[in-house]
Write a protein that binds this ligand. Structure first.
Ligand code: F6P
Length: 518
C-alpha cells in the first residue's frame, strides 16, 4: 500500500473509545481476542496497521478488556491483525499487519457515568436531536456529577495515555482523536504537548447552536473549548463542519471565517474540515467471498425465491428510526396488496447499549412494531417481516448481495457505512432508499430514492418506487454509487487528513486556507 508521506514522517497516536480488538475468555478459560465493533473501528483497523509507528489508545472498560489493561499497566500490547487479531508474544514475527495497542483502564465508577450517562444518553441524544424536549433531558445533580466525575475524569485518563505516547515519540507526533467520548482531550494534550499536531474527528452529526442550548452554558462551552484545542476539527459533511464554526461563533463568541472555515482562538487558527469516511472495499469483499457468506446466500435465495428482499442492517439505536421503517412497510403493504406474498423485509439488528433505558425500551418497540406488521398482513405461508437480532458479517454480506432494496431511514447519522457496503456488494442492482439526514446522502443521494425520516407516508411511497424501479435505472444508479464508493474509499479518507496535517506541519498557521474544506 502506498503511504502518504506523513505516515512515515511522524509517529501517529490514535485515540478512540473502542479499539481494534476486544478480549474474552472461552469455555476453557483461555483468553481470546476478537475484532472490535462499530464502523469507526472497522475503518480505522483496516488502515492503522499500514501506518508506520502507530499506537492506538483505547479504553479497556469491563471484563477481559479491563483485565488486559490492568496487566499491561501502561505498557504497549503488540497485536497481529491478520487474519484475525491476536496478541503477539515476545519474539513472535507475524506475517501481515501489526499494531501497538495502549489500553487505558477506566474504573467502572468512572466509566459508567462517562459512557452510560453523558456520552450516550446525553451527547448522542443532543447531536442526533433525539430528545423529547417537553420532557427530556432533565438534568439533575446526578448528571452534573456524572459529567465531572465520569466524563471529565475519563477524558483526563485518556489524555494522560496519549500524552505519554507523544512524549515517548519526542513530543512531535500526529494525534488523531475520535468521537464524542473525548471532546476534552485535544485541549489537555495541547497544554502538555505544544508541538503535537492534533486532529479531532467527530463521527456523529454536529447540530447548529440552538440544539446545544439543551446543555448548560458551562458544559457546552467546556466541550467546545476542549475540541478547539485541536489544530483541525473534522466531520463527515460540510454541513456539520459549518454548524461547528457557527457554534464557536455564537456559543463562545469567537471570531470565525466561514470562507476559510477557521476559528480564531487563543492566538491560534483552528481549521474545520470535512472528510467523508468510507469503507475498506477489499476487506469487505474478502468477507463477501467467504464460504459463510455463500451459505447464507443459498438460504436467503431459498427463503425469498422469486420475490423481492428489502433489507436493513443496523444497531438498535433510536437514531436509526427502525420503528417508522416498519410502519412505512406496513402502509405500503396496505396500499399495494399486489405485493403480498412477494416481498420480505429482513431486518438484521444488533442490540446496542442495553444498559441505557432509552435503548432498552426502543428494542421492545422494535419487536412490537415488527410483530404488528406480521399480524396485519402475514399468512401461514408468508411473514412479511423477518426480524433477526444478530451481528454476523457473513449473513450481512449475503443479504447485501441478495437484496433488492436497502433501507436507511435514520433520523440523523454522521455517515452510515451500511449504505456504502451494500452498493458495493449488491449482485442484483439493489436500490438504495436513503435518508436525507445521513452523511452518506451527500455522496450517494443522487443515486438513491430519498427518504424523509419523519414522514412515514413518504417512506411508504419511496419503498414502492424502489421496489418497482425499471431494471436499467437500477443498474445505472447502483453502478454509479459503487464507483463513488470505490473512488473515495477509507484509505483516501485517512490520506486526505494526513496530507492536510503534513501541510500544516510545514506551513504552520500561515498555511493556505484553500485546502480540503470541501
Ligand atoms: O461514530 C459513532 C460510533 O462510535 C460508531 O463507530 C459505532 O457505530 C457506534 O458509535 C458505536 O457505539 P458503541 O461503541 O457505543 O457501541
Amino acid at each position: 500500500m502506498h503511504l502518504p508521506p506523513l505516515a512515515s514522517a511522524l509517529p501517529v497516536v490514535l485515540l478512540s473509545h473502542r479499539g481494534p480488538v476486544t478480549f474474552t475468555r472461552d469455555d476453557d478459560g483461555d483468553r481470546t481476542a476478537g475484532r472490535g465493533a462499530g464502523g469507526l473501528v472497522t475503518a480505522l483497523t483496516g488502515l492503522a496497521g499500514h501506518l508506520d509507528h502507530a499506537v492506538w489508545v483505547c479504553v479497556g472498560a469491563s471484563g477481559e478488556d479491563a483485565a488486559v489493561a490492568r496487566e499491561a499497566a501502561g505498557s504497549l500490547v503488540h497485536l497481529a491483525l491478520d487474519p484475525e487479531p491476536r496478541v503477539l508474544a515476545h519474539g513472535d514475527v507475524p506475517e501481515g499487519r501489526t499494531l501497538l495497542l495502549r489500553l487505558v483502564e477506566v474504573p467502572p465508577e468512572v466509566h459508567d457515568p462517562f459512557y452510560g450517562v453523558i456520552s450516550n444518553p446525553l451527547l448522542w441524544f443532543v447531536q442526533h436531536r433525539l430528545h423529547d424536549l417537553a420532557r427530556t433531558p432533565s438534568l439533575g445533580r446526578e448528571d452534573h456529577r456524572a459529567f465531572e466525575q465520569g466524563y471529565v475524569v475519563a477524558n483526563q485518563l485518556a489524555a494522560d495515555a496519549v500524552v505519554e505516547q507523544v512524549e515517548k515519540a519526542g513530543g512531535r507526533a500526529v494525534v488523531l482523536l475520535h468521537d464524542y467520548h473525548f471532546y476534552l482531550v485535544a485541549d489537555l494534550v495541547r497544554q502538555r504537548c505544544p508541538d503535537a499536531l492534533i486532529s479531532h474527528f467527530v463521527h456523529i452529526p454536529w447540530p447548529g447552536p440552538d440544539a446545544w442550548h439543551v446543555l448548560p452554558p458551562d458544559l457546552r462551552q467546556r466541550l467546545l473549548t476542549g475540541l478547539l484545542g485541536a489544530d483541525v476539527v473534522a466531520f463527515h459533511t460540510r454541513a456539520d463542519a459549518r454548524a461547528f464554526v457557527l457554534c464557536a461563533q455564537e456559543l463562545l463568541g469567537l471570531p470565525v471565517d466561514l470562507a476559510s472555515m477557521t476559528v480564531q482562538t487563543a492566538g491560534r487558527r483552528v481549521r474545520v474540515r470535512a472528510y467523508p469516511i468510507s469503507i475498506d472495499v477489499p476487506a469487505l469483499e474478502a468477507v463477501a467471498h467467504s464460504d459463510a457468506s455463500d451459505e447464507h446466500l443459498v438460504d436467503l435465495d431459498h427463503q425469498v425465491g422469486e420475490g423481492s428482499l428489502v433489507l436493513r442492517v443496523d444497531r438498535t439505536d433510536p437514531s436509526k428510526n427502525i420503528v417508522r421503517g416498519f410502519q412505512a412497510f406496513d402502509l405500503m403493504l396496505s396500499e399495494h396488496p399486489e405485493l403480498h406474498g412477494r416481498v420480505v423485509f429482513l431486518a438484521l439488528l444488533q442490540p446496542s447499549r442495553q444498559d441505557v433505558p432509552e435503548y432498552a425500551s426502543y428494542l421492545t418497540e422494535i419487536g412490537a412494531s415488527a410483530t404488528a406488521v406480521n399480524a396485519h398482513h402475514g399468512t401461514g405461508a408468508w411473514q412479511p417481516v423477518d426480524l433477526r437480532f444478530a451481528h454476523d458479517m457473513g449473513l450481512a454480506t449475503a443479504a447485501y448481495r441478495r437484496c433488492d432494496v436497502l433501507v436507511v431511514n435514520a433520523v440523523a447519522d454522521g455517515m452510515n457505512l451500511v449504505a456504502k457496503e451494500a452498493v458495493v456488494l449488491s449482485e442484483r442492482d439493489m436500490v438504495l432508499a436513503l435518508s436525507e439526514a445521513t452523511g452518506a446522502h451527500d455522496e450517494l443521494g443522487r443515486f438513491a430514492v430519498t427518504l424523509h425520516p419523519f414522514d412515514v407516508a413518504q417512506q411508504a411511497d419511496a419503498l414502492y418506487e424502489a421496489l418497482t424501479m425499471p431494471a436499467q435505472l437500477r443498474r445505472d444508479r447502483r453502478e454509479h454509487a459503487a464507483w463513488v464508493v470505490h473512488r473515495n474509499d477509507a484509505r483516501r479518507w485517512l490520506s486526505a487528513q494526513l496530507e492536510d496535517l503534513a501541510e500544516l506541519a510545514v506551513t504552520g498557521d500561515e498555511a493556505s486556507d484553500a485546502g480540503h474544506g470541501e
